[in-house]
Design a protein around this ligand. Structure first.
Ligand code: BGC
Length: 566
């Protein structure tokens, strides 16, 4: 392993950190323009401190036309003006550090915005020019080049190619974009691109950033000749079709980039003793493929998405947990658990779906639309149990803003208000991700978007009318609220630091394990579970997600932590 040895890495801060994914546009608006900003974050750092957050991961906050809300970066070396300035960023880093909270950024290396200066220069330059070599410009097929260069589909819908008009006004070459036409893919075989991102990583490390979440990792490596991929079976969405693209998904040359980044990061650490940087890979895929990014000389961590995408059943949940832990054992890695993010329907809604324990019906993610009835109270009860399980697992825990308030997905958001390119590019066939990105409620004052803004102004996405019931102000005053639960739970997390040992309860609806002698049991069943007397003798309840829990009896959809035997 490069950088730190395996033994040392088990002690590094990020191995068991609580990281808060913060979506700047929707966290808090300090200047009254209806969009969140860095100053809004700085003013609410105490909220994060009270939940016991060790680090914030800011989703992209660089200048961007916001066609994909920051995942279309126009300048990797500055701050989106509506969010603030580099000075605001420095202030945020400093104030966060005073609360022992580190800052992680989100780097988007597969593509930039079509408004990035390089892409604008490429549009003006001739075919075959060095400006175009930074992207994937190709001539089209057919006698007049009117057909896309290959059969790849874009993840957000439509062909993965867009034709440009050349400087002389004639129809010209095509450029590749895995996502939308506003997100041209970089050509990572071009040295300019490699050098540019080396500079970017160091620029932000110099400003005190302690690491990066790395976007769309499996998409970056591409076959240099961009051949047609074998056609996907009919009926798949374009996103699923990309998942089958053997020349553009988990393609092996991506590893060269990540290995290079690791040398840049390790060199930086060596030159700055005391800094411990982290990169976390966003890669949805088969365990072996994800593991390939973690062999010690690439990423430090990769999200363990299984618990987020899984059915509410004990056996697959246990398998997902043990697979993640076992898989990482040989490379000395630790999982990074997450139950929510900005691309997925909120857990309260997912687990409130009445088919969320039916493996045949539950798709597990919202890139494929599901339409089962929802019981939000059930969802909140299960969400509380799920985070109590996840917080007990070895590894890091990544939270997504608003889950600490028990927010639901805003499914009824009017179509006209939706901004997600996934919704727009699929003509609404895919509902998209706006529903989990709604501005946060801080107070019960509806005139200021529930305290999101300092004045009466339309927020960039509308909020549900009942949002005030889930505000930070209201929940902080209620000891039974989700927010109070998160505070209590995270404060207890340091109790558990040892290895996980599975324990048998004899009940197929329960999964149970011990860490440091503490017994953690989750009952996902519809009935209360009687826990075996021999297992619970001498133990008392440390934490339980339902009040009527005892060491012998675990209600439905409940998680309990029981003390070591007294
Ligand atoms: C991010 C998405 C984004 C896409 C394109 C994903 O993996 O999480 O939010 O739309 O990459 O950058």
């Amino acid at each position: 392993m490069t950088g730190a040895s395996t033994e040392e890495s088990s002690k590094l801060w990020w191995t068991d950190a609580v990281v808060y994914q913060l979506y700047p546009r929707s966290f808090a608006d300090s200047n009254g323009d209806g969009r969140g900003d860095l100053e809004g974050i700085r003013k609410h750092l105490d909220h994060l401190h009270a939940i016991g957050v060790n680090a914030i991961w800011l989703t992209p906050c660089f200048p961007s036309p916001q066609r994909d809300h920051g995942y279309d970066v126009a300048d990797y070396f500055d701050i989106e003006p509506t969010y603030g300035s580099l000075d605001d960023f420095d202030r945020l880093v400093a104030d966060a550090a005073q609360r022992s909270i580190r800052l992680l950024l989100d780097v988007v290396p597969n593509h930039c915005s079509s408004e990035h200066a390089w892409f604008q220069a490429a549009l003006k330059a001739a075919p075959g020019s060095p400006e175009r070599a930074r992207y994937w410009f190709r001539d089209g097929k057919g006698p007049d080049g009117a057909e896309p260069p290959n059969n790849w589909r874009a993840i957000f819908g439509g062909p993965a190619w867009t034709r440009v008009t050349e400087a002389d006004g004639t129809p010209g070459q095509w450029y590749l974009h895995a996502f939308t036409p506003w997100q041209p893919d970089f050509n990572w075989y071009c040295q300019d691109v490699v050098d540019y991102f080396d500079r970017m990583l160091r620029f932000w490390f110099d400003r005190g950033v302690e690491g990066f979440r790395v976007d769309a990792v499996p998409v970056l490596g591409k076959h240099p000749d961009l051949p047609d991929t074998p056609p996907a079976p009919p009926g798949l969405t374009d996103a699923q079709a990309w998942g089958r693209n053997i020349y553009g998904h988990f393609y092996e040359t991506g590893h060269d980039v990540w290995k290079h980044w690791r040398t840049v990061i390790d060199d930086y650490e060596r030159a700055h003793p005391g800094r411990h940087l982290v990169t976390i890979s966003e890669s949805y895929g088969k365990p072996e493929a994800v593991l390939a990014f973690l062999r010690g000389d690439e990423f430090h961590q990769s999200f363990a998405f299984d618990l987020m995408l899984i059915t509410w059943l004990a056996a697959p949940m246990r398998k997902a947990i043990s697979d993640s832990i076992d898989m990482l054992g040989p490379v000395g890695g630790t999982p990074a658990w997450t139950l929510n993010n900005h691309d997925t329907q909120r857990i309260v809604t997912r687990l409130g779906r009445l088919n969320s324990n039916d493996p045949a019906a539950f798709t597990g993610n919202n890139l494929v639309y599901v339409d089962a009835p929802i019981d939000l109270e059930l969802g909140r009860r299960r969400a509380r149990a799920a985070i109590t399980l996840a917080a007990a697992l070895p590894g890091a825990l990544y939270l997504f803003q608003g889950e600490e308030l028990g927010l639901e997905e805003y499914l009824d958001m009017p179509d006209a208000a939706r901004e997600d390119p996934l919704f727009i590019r699929t003509n609404g066939k895919e509902l998209g991700r706006d529903g989990c990105r709604v501005p946060l409620p801080w107070t019960s004052d509806a005139t200021t978007s529930f305290g999101f803004s300092p004045v009466a102004v339309e927020p960039w996405l509308p909020q549900p009318q009942n949002w005030g019931d889930f505000s930070v102000e209201k929940e902080a005053a209620d000891p039974q609220s989700m927010l109070s639960w998160y505070r209590i739970l995270m404060a207890h997390r340091p109790l558990l630091s040892g290895d996980l040992v599975w324990v048998e309860t004899g009940n197929p609806d329960c999964l149970a394990f011990e860490r440091d002698g503490v017994l953690v049991v989750l009952n996902v069943g519809a009935d209360a579970a009687a826990l075996p007397a021999a297992l619970v003798a001498g133990r008392t309840v440390i934490l339980a997600t339902q009040p009527d829990t005892t060491s012998q009896r675990l209600p439905s959809d409940t998680c309990v932590w029981l003390s070591t035997v007294h």
